[in-house]
Design a protein around this ligand. Structure first.
Ligand code: ATP
Ligand code: MG
Ligand code: MG
Length: 349
């Protein structure tokens, strides 16, 4: 059978490996760290740095296709891999989603709505951006932010100077604060034949900048649901995308605004493991392996809850709950803010 290469050995890589194994594929994970969530799940590991060109070439030679579980893959590493083996999703999606400014420009070019935004490299830019966008606003680093890291709320002019200092010279973007009623996301998939399928949108609640719960079905009108799915298809098609993507949306009185896109399986898609015949992990493996997409229609109402840090202490109690599936990532230390696992609770009407 074919071997699927996965860049990144975190929980997403782990769940992708399990899905791949179930379809008869082998998996080979490239991960700089040692003991990691894929350690006892993937068939092979390359423990090496992304600067190690030789290790990257050996990895490419060992696999039939490369995919990834995070978007911040260094450009030089991609250059090497791309010359040797198909990388799916491709370069376009990575380039755009690695930088919040490029991402928002791409989305607005597509005719989609986002928060008002402006690039901020220095104090002069910041003053101009605040004059244009107004307050409150959010200053975000353009690159490498996740789980709300590298972000500062700006309520007053005074906050602004401090926020920029905290960015320590990193390029940033100022976004107008969106008064959304709630947040939803669409998990979409596109395969090599260009077929597109989207899961039912989920409603997301964040706590301390980290996803706390995803609930399906989301509170959306039929028109909003259609909009959400169509805009996701538009993004996937424009990028010639192959794989699963997460599209985060703000629901407002003025319609749906796109917050950000993630070129990979997404935390807010974990509910599909108990809510659909084919979950997002298998869907991604199918897409990158050149298979037909699977049936992702939703057959249950589900609430997914992330288990972060000390939430792990509740595992013995959760394990007794009926209608609840536990997914634990095998991480040794339950540090604050660390995603240790999640639970999917099937809601019966
Ligand atoms: P993720 O872990 O989803 O990748 P991230 O660090 O990339 O998160 P964002 O998704 O940009 O960060 O923001 C995190 C959360 O902060 C959003 O889900 C939303 O709740 C809030 N937020 C972000 N941008 C805005 C905005 N412009 N207006 C209002 N709230 C916002
Ligand atoms: Mg993000
Ligand atoms: Mg986000």
């Amino acid at each position: 059978g074919a071997t699927i290469g996965i860049l990144g050995g975190g929980q997403l890589g782990r769940m992708l490996s399990v899905a791949a194994a179930r379809l008869g594929f082998k998996t080979c994970v490239f991960e700089p760290g040692g003991d990691c969530p894929t350690s006892h799940v993937a068939n092979y590991h390359f423990q090496a740095s992304y600067d190690d060109a030789d290790a990257l070439r050996k990895f490419a030679a060992a696999v039939d296709v490369v995919t990834y579980e995070f978007e911040n893959i260094p450009t030089a590493a991609l250059d090497i891999l791309e010359g040797l083996v198909p990388v799916r999703p491709g370069r376009k999606a990575l380039k755009i989603s690695q930088d919040r400014l490029t991402e928002k420009a791409f989305l607005t070019d597509l005719g989609l709505k986002t928060a008002p935004f402006a690039a901020v490299d220095d104090t002069v830019d910041l003053a101009e951006a605040m004059a244009e966008i107004g307050l409150p606003a959010i200053l975000k680093t353009r690159r490498f932010g996740y789980d709300g890291k590298g972000q500062a709320r700006i309520m007053s002019e005074g906050d602004a100077a401090q926020a920029l200092t905290d960015m320590a010279g990193q390029e940033a973007i100022l976004e107008g604060f969106v008064a959304f009623t709630h947040e939803v996301s669409v998990i979409g998939a596109r395969n090599t034949a260009g077929d597109v399928a989207c899961y039912d949108p989920g409603e997301n609640v964040h706590k301390d900048g980290i996803l706390h719960t995803t609930t399906v079905p989301a509170r959306l009108t039929t028109a909003q649901r259609t909009d959400a799915v169509l805009l996701t298809a538009q993004i996937l098609n424009k990028l010639d995308y192959v794989g699963v993507m997460g599209v985060e949306l703000f629901v407002t009185a003025q319609g749906l605004l796109v917050n950000e896109i993630a070129p990979r399986v997404h935390n807010s898609g974990h509910w599909t493991q108990q809510g659909c015949t084919i979950d997002q992990f298998e869907q991604h493996i199918r897409a990158v392996a050149g298979w037909p997409l699977g049936d992702g229609s939703r057959y249950a109402d589900v609430v997914m809850e992330n288990l972060i840090g000390a939430d792990m202490e509740r595992v013995p109690e959760i394990a007794k709950e009926p209608g609840t599936a536990l997914h634990l990532y095998g991480k040794a230390e339950a540090k604050p803010g660390r995603k240790m696992g999640h639970v999917n609770r099937i809601i019966r009407g």
